[in-house]
Design a protein around this ligand. Structure first.
Ligand SMILES: Nc1ncnc2c1ncn2[C@@H]1O[C@H](COP(=O)(O)OP(=O)(O)OP(=O)(O)O)[C@@H](O)[C@H]1O
Length: 777
């Protein structure tokens, strides 16, 4: 307390370390170990409270200091408001506007316009007097009626005794009495209230109408910690040293705020139309000065080019809000993902969770070493893993275990620096290109020829259009590979250009986004670019697209280490860029938050056997279609369905199988199952009961076939086993025992397939090529 007193003597400014002293008691100094934790907690809580108290005190002190200026300002508003009223009254009384029109018309020699203006003055004057007359007449009539009523009531009151009056008349007198009492009570208040109202209205009329101006004087630089308004922005822009802007503002010009400064997430956004001779680029080139003028860090100040070069889009973060991390990944403990909706991967500058668009996109992630590229790629892949329909492939072109915990959920996975990893990556790209062509054909065969894979089509596992996501970490190593680099680049470019429609997504991460390490066609065509801290404008534009640096979208502003995990992203939303604090999913130093999520992802797949992990091999050799079961599924729940409708539903269920069917084929199939199409209300129908009977019959027959000669049943079903939805997927290279590091926990399996759900079958997810795998029969 003594410390605090000292400080109050020094001018009342409370300093944090002084107040810390309050929390240390004798007791605590005696037993520090026992007390330290609760003490720290209390201290932290109290400091937070004190922050609020200190802030409130400083605001009150500020307002008190400015009170004389505030009063003078309000008096000025009052005077100006009265002046404005007088001017307005004069304009009204003298028809100043219309007279000005008439004068202008005379100057330009426009006789017609002049006559029109004069005519308007005359007719307006007539109308004005007529209106006044009507108003006065109504007032007089109203006053006469009220007076007559009051006189009548007074006469009746004088003649009749109140108690002898009928009830309704007594009520009228009661109302009159109440009204008289209310008016006499309110009467003394009428003059002061009228004056107060007039003063308020005059002050309102005379208020400062420049954008962002407030009622009271606002804090200037020293106190500008928390808010930014048009006045501050204009002042900051006026001190950038841009000559045309300076002369415009000095000459009394006012900037046009096409979007007034408004709260936007954890900051303020404004859009300003700049005066002649000034471009938004000129402002973003002076970003550091602008940031200093606004009392912000450079990273907190984002001047970018708006819709036109002359429109400045400015976003200024609230002080200090960008320094915190993104917090916990929203899907860490529960939740699933639909990759068509995207995967949450960070918080934008506005403080909202941002979803990474995956379907229809390709990603290029870059930045200087150790800034969070791999983590971002991992977040995207782990997120996608939570969509049971997504097939994931990962290649890490270096010795790094970053994707190791994802291995059980990856259908293809290689990691290492040797040639075989590069060869497998090229093979993967090649397979995806073939797959893309197959998907193109499949889409072409669908009714209506849909232009791209939708969630509905992806869910139809017979079509094999589920999303496939291939991530390549340190991809520059692949593209610069002396033997495979050229082919890899060719294939990647083709995939990026055309694969998006087919739910084939490429995620690339690199430390080195130069024109030699990443093919130009890739940097030009990826839809989502993210840049962590980069060294220069070349790397910036290599990742984010050319011209971004000039437009003010600059990852060069991110500082190594300080801004680790924060990136500038383009193409992920409709905004020109987003500053994203990415979620962190650690897999290092004994902390592993990835494995539990992957275990959950695999459990999700097991819960959805129909959609989970089907392989393209199964699609190439589909299990025979069970027409009777299909019939049941399309009419289940309805007693009878018209044959035409049955056919349409069958086509929707499995277009490949049923599209060629005609009504005659359906009839033949029904008869084959012993189902007689019947007529109902003049239309041919299939009855659910008949289909159910046919299924029961078939079951009986199959049970009979299982019964052995001596009458005992064989164990198990004789029907076909459902094909396993997950299987081991060794790549062709597995048999070559590549010299590179194996990537699964099982050292002999360089390509890791998903967790086997049934033994005995194995296939890669794409049709094998070249040397056959062990499973290929
Ligand atoms: N979003 C994040 N939040 C907090 N820390 C992070 C975040 N992302 C990454 N980091 C930290 O940065 C370190 C490096 O991350 P990561 O391996 O993803 O970087 P990188 O850019 O891929 O590095 P390299 O180029 O060396 O592969 C991590 O070990 C982690 O400590």
């Amino acid at each position: 307390m003594t410390h605090q007193d000292d400080h109050e003597k020094q001018g009342g400014a409370l300093v944090r370390q002084v107040l810390d002293g309050e929390f240390v008691s004798d007791e605590e100094t005696v037993a520090p170990q026992q007390k330290s934790l609760p003490m720290i907690k209390t201290a932290v809580r109290s400091l937070a409270d004190l922050d609020g108290v200190v802030r409130a005190r400083s605001v009150i002190a500020y307002r008190a200091r400015n009170a004389p200026r505030d009063v003078a300002r309000l008096l000025w508003f009052l005077t100006r408001g009265s002046g404005r009223w007088i001017a307005r009254g004069w304009r009204w009384a003298s028809y100043a506007d219309l007279r000005a029109d008439a004068r202008a018309a005379r100057m330009t020699g426009d006789v017609q316009a002049r006559r029109t203006a004069q005519e308007l003055i005359r007719s307006d004057a007539r109308a004005r007097w007529a209106k006044l007359g009507i108003f006065l007449r109504r007032m007089l009539v109203g006053a006469a009626a009220v007076t007559a009523l009051l006189v009548l009531l007074a006469l009746v009151d004088a003649v009749l005794d109140r108690s002898a009056m009928p009830g309704w008349l007594q009520a009228v007198y009661a109302v009159r009495g109440a009204l008289t009492a209310a008016v006499s009570a309110a009467w003394p208040w009428v003059p002061p209230l009228t004056v107060a109202w007039l003063v308020g209205a005059a002050v309102w009329e005379g208020r400062d109408r420049t954008p962002g101006a407030g009622w009271l004087t606002r804090p200037d630089r020293d106190d500008s910690g928390s808010w930014v308004d048009e006045r501050m922005i204009t002042r900051a822009l006026a001190h950038l040293g841009i000559a045309p802007l300076n002369s415009f503002l000095k000459g009394g010009g006012e900037l046009v705020y096409t979007v007034a400064a408004r709260k936007d997430g954890d900051g303020t956004q404004a859009q300003i139309r700049l005066p002649l001779g000034v471009t938004a680029e000129m402002v973003s080139d002076r970003r550091k000065v602008l940031a200093a003028n606004l009392g912000r860090a450079s990273l907190e100040t984002w001047p970018t080019t708006g819709e036109e070069d002359g429109v400045l889009d400015l976003w200024v973060a609230d002080k200090g809000t960008l320094s915190g991390g993104a917090g916990e990944w929203p899907l860490l403990h529960d939740g699933t993902v639909d990759v068509f909706e995207g995967v949450p991967f960070g918080l934008t500058q506005r403080g909202v969770v941002i979803n990474a668009p995956l379907i229809g996109s390709n990603w290029l992630v870059g930045g200087r070493p150790g800034q969070g590229k791999t983590n971002l790629l991992r977040v995207l892949m782990v997120g996608a893993a939570l969509d049971p329909t997504a097939e994931l492939w990962a290649f890490v072109m270096g010795e790094s275990p970053d994707f190791e915990p994802l291995a059980p959920r990856l259908r293809r996975y290689r990691m290492g620096m040797d040639d075989s990893v590069a060869a497998d990556a090229v093979q993967a790209l090649e397979d995806l290109l073939n797959e893309m062509e197959r998907r193109g054909r499949v889409l072409g065969e669908q009714p209506g020829r849909p232009p791209k894979v939708s969630r509905r089509l992806a869910d139809n596992h017979r079509l094999g259009l589920h999303p496939i996501i291939l991530s390549i970490d340190e991809c520059h190593e692949l593209f610069q590979h002396p033997k495979h680099g050229k082919r890899a680049a060719e294939l990647a470019v083709k995939l990026i250009k055309r694969g998006r429609k087919y739910a084939i997504i490429l995620l690339l991460a690199t430390q080195s986004p130069t024109k030699d390490s990443i093919p130009k066609e890739i940097t030009r065509n990826v839809s989502c670019g993210t840049a962590f801290a980069v060294a220069d404008h070349i790397a910036n534009d290599g990742l984010l697209g050319s011209g971004r640096y000039r437009a003010g979208v600059r990852a060069t502003e991110l500082k190594m280490h300080t801004d680790r995990g924060t990136c500038v992203a383009v193409g992920v939303t409709h905004n020109s860029f987003e500053l994203v604090r990415t979620f962190y999913l650690p897999f290092e130093d004994g902390i592993d938050e990835v494995t539990p999520v992957i275990a959950r992802a695999i459990a999700n797949m097991e819960n959805l056997p129909l959609t989970a992990g089907w392989t393209l091999k199964e699609i190439e050799n589909p299990a025979p279609v069970d027409h009777l079961n299909d019939l049941r599924s399309v009419i289940e729940g309805e007693p009878r369905v018209r044959t035409q409708t049955v056919l349409a539903r069958l086509v929707a269920l499995n277009p490949k199988e049923y599209e060629p069917w005609t009504a005659r084929d359906l009839r033949a199939a029904l008869l084959g199952f012993g189902i007689q199409p019947r007529k109902s209300d003049g239309a041919m129908v299939v009855r659910f009961e008949d289909v159910a009977d046919a299924i029961a019959r078939r079951r009986l027959e199959s049970d009979g076939a299982q019964t052995t000669v001596d009458g005992r049943e064989t164990s198990g079903s004789q029907g076909s086993f459902p094909s396993p939805s997950l299987d081991l997927a060794p790549s062709a290279s597995q048999h070559e025992h590549p010299p590179g590091r194996t990537t699964s926990p099982h050292e002999s399996t360089p390509t890791t397939g998903p967790i086997p759900r049934s033994s005995g079958q194995a296939s890669d997810s794409l049709p094998e090529r070249g040397e056959a795998g062990p499973d290929s029969g």
